[in-house]
Design a protein around this ligand. Structure first.
Ligand code: ATP
Ligand code: MG
Length: 324
């Protein structure tokens, strides 16, 4: 349903002579209804840039190439009007900071009413009834009363539930969630993840979930894509990715996350501290080679192609090998 091909995103440099930053370097993604695809990887690897591109929210300074098809319709380069209908209607987005997406001077009910009414011809009463139903579907108790609250009167977890309700209000087919639980307390994190996964089944939407955390991804995703320096370096089912990673970067992530994955409750695993910094995207070698225990001359001379591996694929000349 959502089909991304060779998507690249470059942020402009400060001057015309500056090349700018290549944030995403030609990625493919496929996502179907009622499916969860997790996007994990190093900070700065291009996860948020990818999400913003799909939502049509990149700043003007960013140039995108490649294609994004939603139900066979190209949505990457739309004019502003088409963009607001597609983005608002078909794609909902949830951010890390739930407060950020809510208007502090409106009650949460008024905000969701507004979304409901922009997308469906409903009068005030019918819109409010729909809002209350949405708040109830995202697990908010006493939804009619809560609809009259202002965002600051709600806890972080409740605010994120409201943000999810607002995203659902337009009846989207895809929900993009960029680290939706990172800013929340540990117990609330698990509840919000449960809610999202549940909604995927009940509302039959597709969820693209960005997380730093392999344990979280393994607990909830049907497929996991691992990003490093603007590329997807591995794409697998969660079980195989954890037990039999193809890419050494996935292996490093997996080792750090293993105890948490075993617990199976979506608890957070700290991102492993790999020595050195991530290489810039768009190089002529494997971007992971400088930090890779398995790197050989070839890795420093050529970009490894994506090859089939296990139940998915990996971009590594030594896929599946381990350091002795
Ligand atoms: N508005 C921007 N202008 C210029 N460069 C940007 C902008 N936003 C992101 N970048 C650059 O694009 C690259 C990818 O950033 P992105 O935010 O997508 O990473 P990320 O994977 O979401 O990281 P994190 O895990 O820290 O959220 C980085 O090099 C970043 O510095
Ligand atoms: Mg990000």
């Amino acid at each position: 349903m959502l089909k991304v091909r060779d998507l690249a995103i470059r942020f402009a440099g400060r001057s015309a002579s500056e090349a700018g930053t290549l944030a995403v370097d030609g990625i493919d993604l496929d996502l179907d209804r009622a499916q969860v695809l997790a996007l994990i990887g190093e900070s700065g690897s291009g996860k948020s840039a990818t999400m913003l591109a799909l939502a049509g929210l990149l700043p003007k300074s960013a140039k995108t190439t490649g294609s994004v098809l939603l139900d066979d319709r190209s949505i990457l380069h739309l004019d502003e009007r088409e963009k607001s209908t597609v983005r608002g209607r078909r794609i909902g987005m949830i951010f890390q900071d739930p407060g950020g997406s809510l208007n502090p001077v409106l009650t949460v009910g008024d905000q969701i009413d507004e979304v409901v009414r922009t997308h469906r011809r409903l009068d005030r009463r019918a819109a409010r009834a729909e809002t209350v139903s949405l708040l109830s579907r995202v697990g908010i108790g006493d939804p009619a009363a809560r609809a009259r609250a202002y965002p600051h009167q709600l806890s972080g977890g409740l605010k994120q539930r409201v943000a999810i309700a607002a995203a659902l209000a337009a009846q989207p087919t895809v929900i993009l969630a960029d680290e939706p639980t990172t800013a929340l307390d540990a117990t609330v994190q698990a509840q919000i993840l449960d809610l999202l996964v549940n909604l995927v089944q009940v509302e039959h939407v597709a969820l693209l979930l960005v997380t730093h955390d392999l344990a979280v991804a393994a607990a909830v995703a049907d497929r996991i894509a691992v990003m490093y320096a603007g590329k997807i370096v591995e794409r697998r089912g969660p079980e195989q990715l954890v037990t039999d990673p193809g890419h050494p970067y996935s292996r490093a992530l997996g080792q750090a996350a293993l105890p948490f994955v075993a617990a199976g409750d979506g608890r957070h695993a700290a991102l492993p501290e790999l020595p050195g910094r991530m290489a810039e995207a768009g190089g002529t070698a494997c971007a992971f080679a400088p930090r890779c225990p398995l790197a050989i001359d070839r890795c420093r001379a050529q970009v490894p192609p994506v090859v089939p591996f296990g139940d998915g694929e990996a971009a590594c000349f030594r896929a599946g090998e381990t350091a002795q």
